[in-house]
Design a protein around this ligand. Structure first.
Ligand code: NDP
Length: 485
């Protein structure tokens, strides 16, 4: 049985309440281990440790020494790759293929890239005129915000947590992380890595627990926490914003999406379908950037739907290590939500092209959180499965006739995170991309990320941008110093 403890001030601790909760294997519903449940006492201790680290050796460490340490963190994740991979796959049930190509390498890259961004960021300075003719020199320095609360979801646990912890530490902050209750593994393991490479105590803290009225909410309300960076559902983001508003703590939000995929008549259909296979079904559809609304030019609609459906039927469902390319959903609770949308689609008159239910994978997996990859056609744009984020392996495909029509359809959503577009016409690619209301737009690809670029969403998909120098805007305060000459 695994045991997941908090990591506070450089030490693993069971905390004070003695309460634990089960860590469930989403493949078969078995109990993998016990997670210690943190409350106010653990959040207090973690925030105090983080504050002390800022006042102590971390706060006074020379920048290059700090950034070299973060490179060592990345190197150590690489060296302990198999342990991270095992922990991530056990918690999520995701295919080994996927986690070994995306989750774990990106976990390491997030430390390297942001260490290098901070090392190379240019400074800002201005010479100004003064009435006495002697002038003044203005320059700006960046200082860490202080203690940053990091609240992470379960879909890409290591990747999304380090995407925040990497830049936060590179900028000189200390962090308190609240991972999702579903995925405690890799975040807990990272504590050990921090100790191994000599990151000072209190710089990286982890408290396990739940969201409302638990560790998550206590972290967002804590007076010692200067900023909260959160990835998760839009509704949770709204609750966190309220919790932070009393003390005007800064927030950065990466929230939900209902992302369109547009397929023009001149696209390379086979390539487009293979990209759509990843964007609709990758990570069992549990990717904020995933494509749950597809618009295909009428002239290639039938061919596209047939090929996408054939691809969905070829997907092999199974636990990590079984050669599968489709894992389970994260939990039974999430499966109930996804299946409720499968039912709503039928109730609202959809044609179910493929899937729509629960697969029969045999007795050993019958208590897992499996659902079939699902494609619908025939719904009107006000249907629930077209308006609301489902976060499952499913998509609706609709034909369109012209460019203006499809831009309007794509933008007709409360969300604005990502969009993909497929065309061979470069002018059209630029023209349409500039009209799509989304933070990230891919042409002939999906989820191709350069970590130096801005990442984030508009409308209800988030506040702010992280990535490259944009992360510095959130994880540092700028201080203007004016010297009269
Ligand atoms: P949730 O919003 O349910 O949870 C995210 C985290 O917030 C968890 O650690 C959760 O704790 C915690 N939490 C929940 N309520 C509160 C609260 N009141 N105060 C403080 N913390 C709280 O999201 P999911 O984990 O379900 O993740 C899926 C969502 O994440 C989807 O909507 C998806 O679109 C979004 N997402 C967005 C991304 C982006 O970049 N825009 C990227 C990836 C996902 P616990 O679960 O332990 O209760």
């Amino acid at each position: 049985m695994r045991e997941y403890m908090h990591f506070i001030n450089g030490e693993y601790t069971r905390g004070s309440s003695g309460k634990t909760f089960d860590n469930i294997n989403p493949c078969d519903g078995s109990v993998l281990g016990q997670v210690h449940e943190g409350g106010q006492a653990e959040i207090d201790a973690a925030c105090e440790a983080a504050r002390a680290a800022m006042k102590g050796p971390w706060g006074s460490m020379p920048m290059n020494e700090r950034l070299d340490l973060l490179h060592k963190v990345a190197d150590r994740i690489d060296e302990r790759f198999d342990e991270f991979l095992e922990a991530e796959c056990a918690d999520t049930g995701k295919p080994v293929e996927l986690a070994s190509h995306i989750d774990i390498p990106r976990g390491a890259a997030n430390f390297r890239v942001f260490a290098d961004v901070v090392r190379n960021v240019p400074a800002e300075s201005f010479r100004m005129d003064t009435p006495d003719g002697r002038g003044a020199l203005n320059y700006a320095i960046r200082v860490p915000k202080g203690v940053v609360g990091v609240i992470a979801p379960w879909n890409l646990p290591l990747l999304l947590m380090t995407w925040k912890v990497g830049p936060a530490l590179a900028c000189g902050n200390a962090v308190v992380v609240k991972p999702s209750e579903e995925t405690p593994g890799t975040t807990t393991l990272l504590g050990d890595v921090m100790n191994e490479v000599g990151v000072p105590k209190g710089v990286f803290n982890v408290v396990h627990g739940f969201g409302p009225n638990s560790a998550g909410e206590f972290l967002t309300r804590h007076k010692q926490v200067d900023a909260i960076t959160f990835t998760g559902e839009t509704r949770t983001g709204a609750a966190i914003m309220k919790a932070c508003s009393d003390r005007i703590a800064d927030v950065s939000f990466e929230l939900g999406g209902k992302n369109p995929g547009i397929f023009f008549e001149d696209c390379d259909v086979d390539n487009a379908v293979s990209v759509a296979m990843r964007s609709c079904f990758g990570n069992c559809g549990q990717v904020c950037l995933g494509t749950e609304r597809i618009y295909v030019h009428r002239s290639i609609f039938d061919e596209f739907v047939d090929k996408l459906a054939a691809g969905a039927k070829r997907l092999k469902m199974g636990p990590p290590g079984s050669g599968s390319n489709l894992g389970p959903l994260i939990s039974r609770q999430h499966r109930d939500k996804v299946l409720s949308y499968y039912q709503k689609a039928v109730d609202e008159g959809a044609t179910v092209v493929t899937g729509g239910g629960v697969p029969d994978l045999g007795e050993a997996l019958e208590n897992g959180s499996w659902v079939e990859p699902t494609i619908w056609t025939g719904l009107s744009e006000d249907a629930a499965v077209i308006r609301e984020e489902i976060f499952g392996p499913c998509t609706h495909v609709r034909p369109f006739d012209d460019e203006d029509e499809v831009i309007a359809l794509a933008n007709d959503t409360d969300y604005g995170l990502a969009a993909t577009m497929h065309t061979r016409d470069a002018l059209r690619a630029h023209r349409v991309a500039q009209q799509l209301e989304a933070g990230l737009i891919w042409v002939n690809e999906w989820f191709l990320r350069d970590l130096r670029t801005p990442f984030g969403g508009s409308k209800m998909s988030g506040i702010g941008r992280e990535g490259g120098v944009h992360s510095l805007e959130f994880y540092t305060e700028m201080r203007n110093i004016c010297i009269k000459l």
